[in-house]
Design a protein around this ligand. Sequence first.
Ligand code: ZN
Length: 682
Amino acid sequence: MKNLWSDNDASALVKLYAGQGVNQDLALRVYSTRLLGGDLRLVLHGGGNTSVKTTATDLLGDGVDVLCVKGSGWDMGDIEPPGMPAVRLDPIRRLAGLGRLSDEEMVNQCRINLLDASSPNPSVETLLHAFLPHKFVDHTHADAVLALVDHENGGDLCAELYGPRMVLVPYIMPGFDLARKAHEVFQDHPDSEGMILLKHGIFTYGTTAKMAYDRMIEMVSLAEDRIAQAATVSFASARLPKSIADAGQVAPVLRGLIADRSGEGGPKRMVLNFRASPEISVYVDGKDVARYGRAGPVTPDHVIRTKPRPLIVPAPDSADMEGFARDASASVVAYADDYRAYFERNNATQAAPKTALDAMPRVILVPGLGLFGAGNSAKAASVAADLAETTVGVITAAERLGPFESITEADIFDIEYWSLEQAKLGKASEKLLAGHIAAVTGGASGIVLATARAFRAQGAEVAVMDRDLSAASTAAEAIGGLAIECDVTDVLSVARGFSALAESYGGVDIVVSNAGAAWQGRIGDVAEEILRASFELNFYGHQRVAQAAVAIMRAQETGGALLFNTSKQAVNPGADFGPYGLPKAATLFLMRQYALDHGRDGIRSNAVNADRIRSGLLDDDMIAQRAEARGLSEADYMAGNLLGREVTADDVAQAFVELALAESTTGAVITVDGGNIAAALR
Ligand code: ZN
């Protein structure tokens, strides 16, 4: 592992922060914390923390000894000084004298000793940092160190490698007891350069930021070298089907199976994130994957995001997807039974009973294919997948030194059902469409952007699909969604687009079929090609999108919502707009046909009939022309409806969202036109 310390960079940051009133100690602390956090082999998703002991000045001008320690919610890779809250050192150090301290009281003691009451919570490992005498303390969950310590004889391997330079601390879950134990062990080895926390990670310390960092890199490099000396393992592969289904086919099946149907209301959907690599393949294809793959987390805090074990399903034979769905379903049932039994077994030993978490997996291993992370958002799914990929790397490396071994089941349970985590349950109110995946077709128009934004605001993951990838990207970037190239006039392009969506997010629940364009012509004169071109986009485009979405929805077996953007033309034809209105009228009936044929699949089908919206179909030039033709100002033209108000893209977006949420509504049209009796339905 390369040492990235640069005196120039360090002093540049010291200078920069000096101008903002940040002292040199904290500036250097920020500098090396970023170096550590920037390497995913050292720190991943909150798995590490750092501190510095320094002096701050309080409001009265008195100097106070403080510990600046990583605050929760901050990423080490891009941390800033406010991410290192200052805690009064003396009072929290004195806590070492206590016999016991609950996690809640530990958090309370850290908070009441903050210099700034608005700071984030200091790390749960704050007391461990505070009890050590060194000025700079670094802590990571370095992959190479985990590969060394996650063994029955992990302590021996470390003692042999590091000798007296590193102190060994037995596994204890993070909190007061670990801090006290580490302190006790340290006192017997005051000349040590750091600590190895068995089954957990590594601490290094020093009088300067550079010394602590240098030691971290050196110790991790020694672990890397030790692993490199061992023979490589090659997990012997299981027998796999000749032809494996692709991730786009497999994801909707799995996503449907792990939707939690145990609670009230509809199934609780999750988003998936797919990963494949040569290393993942060797791991998931291994015939012993049920042993090493289900042995537990490589470091305890992964458990909160990955569950104690992954789900392992059979290899998906592309020639027998029905068989795969059946076998995978049995695997999910067995997984959930196992998880509930684990909960019951361990909850029975608790002084205060815990609240059971859902029994669904967050990591799925698919032999022949790769792995999926799962979560209630794309972000959570991607974090679970990152941790799973790291797990693959660490266990593969660990097995070179002997069988991988995690912490005990009771210890896993203590982390997963940690009181601090349990306290968060039910507090965060989940958005209505969290875990849902919405696709909006039709590029960068105002309606697409407003609709994508409205679904995102309700917690859905959103993909914008257009034949022009850069137009889709513009809209997707604006809302934090996914851009997918998809030409709705090409059935293969639609298939590829939805397969890409299933691979990226796991499937689809809501489709806003919006792509369209206006053709004009007097119906008695209009050329057949014009009519056909319009039908291709304004009718068949909707059909192709709906058909591809319905195939995925049926594989998921969690229902779905089809939403069509029809038009006033579908109901109330305008002169010379036949080429546009006719396919739109057919699309209105298409919506009804889907409601009729797929209601039994739980798929709802509805439409929005909007009119006179500023968008790609009605641009500023057209508005000016039409207003002029009617002798109206543009504003009066746009507000020429019963309510006398201009209808916006946001109004249309709102109607789509409401239809998506209306669980008992199908075959309906919502009119969004400010009132036009000639276009009114029912
Ligand atoms: Zn840790």
